[in-house]
Design a protein around this ligand. Sequence first.
Ligand SMILES: C[S@@+](CC[C@H](N)C(=O)[O-])C[C@H]1O[C@@H](n2cnc3c(N)ncnc32)[C@H](O)[C@@H]1O
Length: 218
Amino acid sequence: MKQRIKNTSLTQSSKIWLRRQMNDEFVAQAKKLGYRSRASFKILEIQKKYRVFSKDDTVVDLGASPGGWSQIVSGIVKNVVAIDLLPMDPIENVTFICGDFLNSFDDLYKCLPNRTANVVISDMAPNTCGIRKIDHIRIMNLAESVYEFCDYVLCDGGHMITKVFQGGADVDFLNVVKRRFGKVAHFKPKSSRKESPEMYLVCIGFKKSGIGKSIAWF
Ligand SMILES: C[S@@+](CC[C@H](N)C(=O)[O-])C[C@H]1O[C@@H](n2cnc3c(N)ncnc32)[C@H](O)[C@@H]1O
């Protein structure tokens, strides 16, 4: 049965958000399983389909708060280094930096055992304004920075997962990424809300010394 909201002091957008949360099967399931967010199911689906994480891996989780992805991934791999603008409650095996990823390449790098990562995952979302073109530019800027960071820390054969919006990644960006990874796919997990424009670019098998290493379009 659908749940209704009785609190009349809430704004219309808060009511819409709350109604969606209350009637969302993944929110209910996340609560039941003790997951920090419904986003946990997205990374589980990605792992099930692409097998990106292995037990000895070091993973960097960008845009990690409240910790749904870090919680799942830290249960699979050896080390997780996570960052977010917002604070996050501690998780065992997870080193957390509270700050802006865009200014923190060196801080993240210094937290990596052996100064290298096997997988970089990003669920970072920019503040959206509702204007499709602008929102697309904002998320592509973030995705390009994630790739730039991968160029810095990812080991040969490593993987990158980054959020993009519907319509997928820009052609120029995709061409660069395709040169540097063995396989590149767009993936929309079932647990991602249908009405959300988000999807994920899953990039498998980084070529550390591959052609096109210098990023001509940055
Ligand atoms: C969709 S939430 C991530 C949810 C998380 N994956 C989970 O499973 O709980 C997106 C996060 O990206 C963070 N974010 C956005 N831009 C960022 C930036 N430049 N640096 C660090 N975090 C950022 C936001 O603060 C927000 O917490």
